[in-house]
Ligand binder design. Structure first.
Ligand code: KG4
Ligand code: ZN
Length: 355
């Protein structure tokens, strides 16, 4: 069992005042808890990934995920508090992911959050997971210089296992989804390709590793287009299947690396082309990345170059905050609480939850 912690390599936070939010995230297959000060500074974050439980199935098994969340969620909360060197009595708000996600998984985090709120007499914030991904680039860790604020209008690209969304942010809390995928999400497209290439699970990071040794121009994959600012990745996956059928087995590591690099480049080109087109047409002053796929170095580099072409700023989250984690949920919950106060204790969870 591995627990990763984006704050483990930085200095311990200084104990001082500030509003503390306890965040809890269990929407898919990461069990995560975090303590965040003033909605921006991470004092502690602990995340238990479940990859080892799902890899033999090649994807997340919902019931297995929920059961694991039940086992570890309170431990993650205790460890996040202990890393932050604070007690529950010092927390001012509990923020938890309400959706979108797997219903059984969401219920575990929400039930835990309601339990902590009731036991400690704390207000609750029910958070949209996607808002967390959009704010990841604006959170900092102790000892690091605070990152900038969003420059409105900001255009966000959420590229994850379930989403490829373009979201226009016009002011804090005002979101308009201007584009989304019509079939597979970008992360799903990468995961499926990694499986077809026998690269293991989870696929995105494995494909990126393999692609490092490959030539991105080796295979001429299509750059799928969809109307408006939407995305479509299913045709790209079909092109990969056809390529593999036509070429027969990829007998060398170099051949696999070349296909991986070419495919990854096609996904990145598609993502960034729509992002740039939407940013220009909608007059964005900034583009921001979020979601697991934004950990991809090729995408990060392409987004920076795109922003430079447009003469605007790119906000890219630290690597540890791209994939699912509770720090971004705490940040989003804090801002939401400041805007509209607490949510009632009887809120439900949702597998689909638009911003
Ligand atoms: O945001 P996330 O942790 O969970 C969802 O909300 O879906 O995103 C997970 C997705 C997976 O598809 C995974 O393969 C992809 O993000 N991913 C990556 C990388 N790290 C994670 N894709 C490409 N390159 C990476 N380095
Ligand atoms: Zn996510």
């Amino acid at each position: 069992m591995m627990f990763d912690s984006p704050t483990s390599s930085v200095n311990k936070p200084e104990r001082s005042s500030g509003f503390l939010t306890l965040g809890i995230e269990t929407s898919c297959d990461e069990t995560s808890a975090a303590v965040v000060r003033e909605g921006r500074e991470i004092l502690g974050v602990r995340t238990a990934p479940q990859d080892h439980l799902h890899e033999t199935f090649g994807g997340v098994v919902p019931e297995v995920a929920s059961r694991r969340h039940v086992e570890v969620v309170t431990r993650m909360v205790e460890e996040a508090l202990s890393q932050a060197e604070v007690s529950l009595a010092e927390i001012g708000l509990v923020a938890v992911t309400q959706g979108p996600g797997l219903i059984g998984s969401l219920l575990v985090g929400v039930s835990a959050a309601k339990g902590y709120a009731l036991a400690c007499g704390l207000p609750l914030a029910a958070v949209n997971h996607l808002e967390g991904h959009l704010l990841a680039a604006f959170i900092h860790q102790p000892g690091q210089a605070p990152v900038g604020q969003p420059l409105y209008p900001t255009l966000g690209l959420i590229a994850s296992g379930g989403h490829s969304d373009l979201v226009l942010m016009t002011e804090p809390g005002a979101y308009e989804t201007v584009g989304q995928t019509r079939d597979d999400a970008a992360g799903e497209a990468l995961d499926k390709a990694a499986r077809l290439l026998g690269l293991g699970y989870p696929g995105g990071p494995a494909l990126e590793r393999a692609a490092r040794e490959g030539e991105a121009t080796a295979v001429d994959f299509p750059r799928p287009v969809a109307p408006g600012f939407d995305y479509s990745f299913s045709g790209l996956k079909t092109a990969l299947v056809r390529h593999l059928q036509a070429k027969g087995p990829l007998v060398s590591e170099q051949m696999v690396a070349d296909v991986a690099a070419s495919y990854q480049q096609a996904v990145v080109d598609s993502l960034v082309r729509q992002l740039e087109r939407a940013a220009r047409e909608l007059g964005a002053r900034q583009i921001v990345l979020g979601g697991g796929v934004s950990a991809n170095q090729v995408l990060r580099g392409a987004a920076e170059k795109s922003a430079a072409r447009m003469g605007i700023v790119a906000a890219v989250p630290p690597l540890g905050l791209c994939t699912d984690n509770a720090a971004v949920i705490a940040a989003a919950g804090y801002q939401q609480f400041r805007r509209r106060g607490p949510d009632p204790l009887d809120f439900d969870v949702f597998s689909v939850l638009p911003l």
